[in-house]
Write a protein that binds this ligand. Structure first.
Ligand SMILES: Cc1ncc(C[n+]2csc(CCOP(=O)(O)OP(=O)(O)O)c2C)c(N)n1
Ligand SMILES: [Mg+2]
Length: 318
């Protein structure tokens, strides 16, 4: 029964595991709805995050709400995890003026300083130097105790900007937590052709940056590792890495073919973080159906809100 698990402790961050599960399910259902809108043409092609929800939701639950985040190109999960209201997010993704960036940023240039969601990056790897710069400003300009958490994919650690960013982050001793989503894929390409190391955290050692690696599909491991990582960064005012072993269960970008066979994806689905959390919380099929219908209604309300607002005025319209 849902009522029995409400408030069950996840950790001292104060978030209940049920709350975290609900957010993970929200992201899954929202992405499914947006995928349908991509097919009808109402949404342009989007980059989804299916199978990696425990990382974004768990990490944001473990961080302080005043900590900053910088992300890569799969932004829907990060926005929901950091607290961006769904109606504003959907409006943004569909290009309406009620979007939190007035409908002009789209999915890959999301920013919302109210929630300390600082930047999202289409150009993979570039986020590292910018995140290092944000962390520098937080420490030296603002004098805050908050930290910057950067989400980055495993393949992006081969980008030159990754290395430049790691170097300057270490040299300047900035409060940067680097969260690596290691799904063994660069878009649709398999790791054998882009990643010569098993663990991306090993790359941090070249810059004196320590790290830890955990199962990114187990919510409790994510929360614990990020909490410890964030405390380490805050205490030492020095970068730290947490790497997550994870599985992307969708293709790179809406409309592209997956390099993996259906059998391979079916095998990976056994590690679905939603299934794992449901087992932990003893959430029955009826519980999930009830929650699904509640969340579906929220998504439809947010969609109606977006559709009833005006489209943004673009420079070329002036
Ligand atoms: C600088 C740059 N080079 C190439 C691309 C094209 N591109 C988009 S996503 C991607 C792969 C990123 O892999 P990873 O960081 O592991 O993230 P994942 O796709 O697994 O989420 C690439 C090469 C890009 N966006 N930016
Ligand atoms: Mg990857």
């Amino acid at each position: 029964m849902l009522t029995q698990v409400v408030g069950s402790g996840l950790d001292e961050s104060g978030k209940s595991e049920y709350e975290v599960y609900r957010k993970m399910l929200t992201i899954r259902l929202l992405e499914e709805e947006l995928q349908r809108l991509c097919y009808t043409g109402e949404a342009s092609d989007l980059h989804f995050n299916k199978g990696q929800e425990a990382i974004t939701v768990g990490a944001c639950a473990a961080l302080s709400p005043t900590d900053y985040i910088v992300t890569h190109h799969r932004t829907i999960a990060h926005s929901i995890s950091k607290g961006v209201p769904m109606k504003e997010l959907i409006s943004e993704l569909l290009g309406y003026s009620t979007g939190h960036n007035h409908g002009i940023s789209g999915e890959m240039h999301i920013q919302d300083s109210r929630y300390r969601y600082m930047f999202a990056f289409q150009l993979v790897g570039t986020c590292v130097s910018v995140a290092a710069g944000v962390a520098w400003a937080v420490k030296y300009f603002q004098g805050e105790k908050d930290i910057v958490a950067l989400f980055i994919g495993d393949a992006s650690s081969g980008n030159a900007q990754f290395h430049e960013g790691m170097n300057i982050a270490a040299v300047q001793k900035v409060p940067l937590l680097i969260l690596v989503e290691n799904n063994g894929l660069a878009g649709n390409v398999r790791k054998e052709v882009y990643l010569p190391v098993t663990n991306v955290i090993d790359r941090g050692l070249a810059y004196g940056i320590q790290g830890t690696k955990v199962d990114g599909n187990k919510i409790e491991e994510v929360v614990k590792a990020v909490r410890i990582g964030a405390e380490t960064v805050r205490r030492n005012s020095f970068p730290f890495m947490v790497e997550f072993d994870t599985t992307r269960l969708c293709w790179h970008k809406q409309g592209q073919r997956d390099a993996r066979s259906a059998e391979e994806i079916a095998e990976l689905t056994k590690r679905d973080p939603l299934l794992w959390t449901e087992k932990r919380l003893k959430i029955s099929q009826e519980d999930r159906a009830k929650l699904t219908s509640e969340i579906t209604q929220e998504i439809q309300d947010a969609l109606s809100y977006a559709r009833n607002s005006s489209k943004p005025i673009l420079p070329q319209d002036l």
